[in-house]
Design a binder for this molecule. Structure first.
Ligand code: SF4
Length: 737
């Protein structure tokens, strides 16, 4: 069956996630020089109070959308009305606009700048210079081909000339514009015509790779139009066309049907769509004003009944957003990243790591998809997930999130019981001067830093000894030392720091030096890693923190921290450390620019090393705190992970590392109190250090305190009904309660 094949292709290509774009509809002008036989959108000037919406009206609609979480501003308008109506030409001229396209560019830019909503512009058949002008102020553009056949409905519509519209589609491709197009079914074209139109779209996409989605829209007759007495597109033809489109189009093109033009939109899923297009909680569908949008919750329930997830997307589809595409204009990219999650879909919450907003509840819709359920059903602790399997788990939504989290919590109980552990420690960041150029780092004072906070400093060795002494007097069992890479440091410096710590307290556990510090220390000493690490160990170093890992993938590192050590070098430092008897841990800084495939590779590479050495004690996810980082302020990163992504990072890691690394830590500095509590129910068992003087996250904008006192820690854990246990750095029990 055509539809079964189409459905299978859609699931294979896009998984179990069905998308929609929360939008406001901005009908900038309802004047149009075309007279399509089915259209009620276009109006005569006499029926309008003004030929165009003015900028205040545009902003009012955009603001109304922004206030309820909408991400798309859809500009739909008539084509070149100034060529037909003097009133339109005069309105534009009086305000200094050369054309309707010129005006829409101004309005879209204002919306983008003032609200962050992403313009999607449907301005019709355009010339190259017009498409280019709109590219700079929009995340995507669109134009329905409708049909490439000559139909009576278009006889009075010069802009519906098939060659002209096809030329627009191709020019958009040449300009690298993420583009939406589509077919209107039932306006006099035949099945063969539809196949020809789909084939032409596929050919344009093969050439330029720019068609992000194809809309299959069913014609519905409207009173007062030339086609008022035409029959609606027969359901069978509509469904056949959706399925044919899915079979004919490349799977890199998404397939959409409008959700408000069918009585049961979810039934269209069976024919191969994976998207419902824009849905507005604020404005009506000005093209089909008689057809109300479905409520998102109702549509979500219907999609859930089909065993699929409904998720919000941005107007630009994920494959056009990724780290290295050139489809998005540089002036629009910051707004897109601000709204994106790790899948380059729309963030589904308003929680940000390091901020004090409470985390959202777990999703209530109990959709469990076959792919994730199969992975969880077959899972036993010790199982090593593949990259594809991990990426699938990271894509969990709705009931799948709960299932992953619940299994991680169960595995945590089975492997290490119910204790929640912590270590009393002090952070000593001995310098914030650094020669490296990590683009996420708000802590360092160096060549690339924005100098947003604080002055450059370098503690003396005596200062370090004093701080260690104070820490020991206050009950700390560990000091954690890390800092920038000061241009004056040589390899001996790190040895001297260890000696200074011992001078402050001979017995305190010295947990110090990221892989970068060790790598630089060895390099500046002219010694190999093993020799240098042995010297550090002999001086008194006990364990290494897993920092400087960021994302262990060189494609990501090239953008995040281009001059820092590479993936293999980070792994080599830890392998060498384990080889000389120094344990260490693994961190991952996630939520800045990377995608779930990179998380998967990070987990796999570190687990592989653990199988060889057994030297890692714990895994510490560090959600990216974006607020004051150079990358975010320059518009080059997202706003950290969503809370769902944080839950999944800890839970999936628990499953993946189970039996080889059994401690999963939550960072209270990044997750906050309530967030940490929730993560402790998602596979984590440790809250890390009490961290007197935590500086690095605070420099990035985190509001959570510089130190966790025992009372707060007890209050954090008490609602869980689990025992709180003080541990040593190497997880020996020191005190209960
Ligand atoms: S993260 Fe570390 S190495 Fe990178 S700039 Fe900041 S202090 Fe320097």
């Amino acid at each position: 069956m055509l539809s079964e094949d189409a459905y299978a292709i859609a699931r294979e290509a896009f998984g179990h996630t069905i998308t929609y774009s929360p939008k406001v509809f901005i009908p900038l002008t309802k004047l149009c020089r075309d007279r399509c036989g089915y259209c009620t959108f276009a109006q005569a000037p006499a029926r309008l109070t003004s030929p165009y919406m003015d900028l205040e009206e545009v902003m009012a609609v955009a603001e109304a959308g922004r206030s309820v979480g909408v991400t798309e501003a859809l500009f739909t308008l008539g084509e070149r009305p100034e060529l037909r109506y003097d009133v339109a030409a005069r309105w534009l001229a009086a305000r200094g606009y050369r054309s309707t396209v010129d005006y829409v560019a101004t309005a879209a830019n204002m919306v983008l700048e003032a609200t962050g909503l992403l313009p999607h512009i449907n301005a019709g058949a355009l010339y190259e210079y017009e498409l280019a002008q709109l590219r700079a102020v929009s995340a995507s553009q669109g134009m329905m081909l409708e049909t490439l056949s000559e139909v009576e409905a278009h006889r009075m519509a010069p802009d519906k000339d098939p060659a002209r519209r096809l030329a627009t589609l191709h020019t958009a491709g040449q300009l690298r514009i993420p583009f939406t197009t589509g077919l209107l079914v039932g306006i006099g074209e035949t099945r063969e015509d539809r196949i020809d139109t789909l084939t032409a779209i596929a050919a344009a996409h093969e050439q330029y790779g720019h068609v992000q989605e194809v809309i299959i829209q069913n014609f519905l007759p409207k009173a007062g139009t030339a086609m008022a007495k035409w029959p609606a597109a027969p359901e069978e033809e509509f469904h056949w066309t959706i399925a044919a489109a899915r079979l004919l189009l490349p799977t890199s093109i998404h397939l959409q049907a409008p959700p408000n033009l069918s009585d049961e939109p979810a039934a269209l899923l069976a024919f191969g769509i994976d998207d419902f297009g824009g849905i507005s909680p604020v404005t009506k569908d000005h093209v089909n004003p008689e057809r109300a949008w479905p409520a998102i919750a109702t549509l979500g329930d219907a999609v859930a009944a089909a065993g699929l997830h409904l998720a919000p997307r941005l107007t630009i589809y994920p494959s056009f957003v990724g780290m290295r595409t050139d489809f998005l204009d540089a002036s629009v990219r910051p707004a897109v990243l601000t709204l994106s999650d790790a899948h380059s879909l729309s963030r589904d919450d308003h929680w940000y790591s390091g901020d004090d907003a409470p985390p959202p509840p777990l999703p209530t819709r109990d959709v469990r998809t076959s792919r994730i359920q199969a992975l969880l059903r077959d899972y036993t602790p010790g199982y090593e997930f593949s990259e594809t399997e991990l990426t699938t788990l990271f894509s969990a939504r709705d009931g799948d999130v709960r299932a992953v989290v619940d299994l991680a919590d169960q595995v945590r109980t089975e492997l290490i019981g119910s204790e929640v552990t912590y270590v009393v420690n002090r952070n000593i960041n001995y310098t914030n001067v650094c020669t490296f150029k990590c683009r996420f780092c708000a802590f360092s004072k160096g060549p690339l830093s924005l100098n947003l906070r604080g002055e450059p400093y370098l503690l003396t060795l005596d200062d370090i000894s004093t701080r260690v002494r104070e820490a020991a007097e206050r009950g700390a069992t560990e000091v954690c030392l890390q800092g920038g890479i000061h241009p004056k440091f040589d390899g001996e410096y790190y040895i001297d720091v260890v000696a200074a710590v011992k001078a402050g307290s001979p017995d305190i556990h010295i947990h110090a030096f990221s892989a970068l510090e060790v790598f630089e220390g060895a390099r500046r000493s002219g010694q190999d890693l093993t020799t240098y690490l042995t010297r550090l160990k002999d001086a008194g170093l006990k364990t290494l923190p897993g920092t400087a890992a960021e994302i262990l993938d060189d494609d990501v590192r090239a953008l995040l921290c281009p001059d820092k050590l590479k993936t293999d070098e980070w792994l080599a430092v830890h392998e060498a450390a384990h080889g000389v008897g120094l344990h260490s841990n693994i961190t991952i800084m996630f939520g800045a620019i990377e995608s779930p495939e990179h998380w998967a590779r990070h987990l796999i590479r570190t687990r592989d090393l653990q199988l060889r050495t057994g030297g890692f004690t714990e895994f510490v996810p560090l959600p990216f705190v974006h607020m004051a980082t150079p990358m975010f302020l320059q518009g080059k990163s997202r706003r950290g992970p969503t809370f769902r992504e944080c839950l999944l990072m800890h839970a999936v890691a628990r499953l993946h590392y189970a039996t080889v690394i059994n401690n999963i830590q939550v960072s209270w500095v990044k997750m906050g109190i309530e967030g940490s509590r929730r993560i402790l129910q998602a596979g984590a068992n440790d809250v890390g250090g009490t961290l007197m003087d935590e500086n690095i996250s605070r420099a990035a904008g985190a509001v959570h305190g510089q130190e966790m006192d025992l009372t707060t820690l007890e209050a954090l854990v008490a609602p869980l009904g689990r025992p709180l246990v003080q541990r040593s750095t190497l997880y020996r029990t020191l005190a209960r309660g």
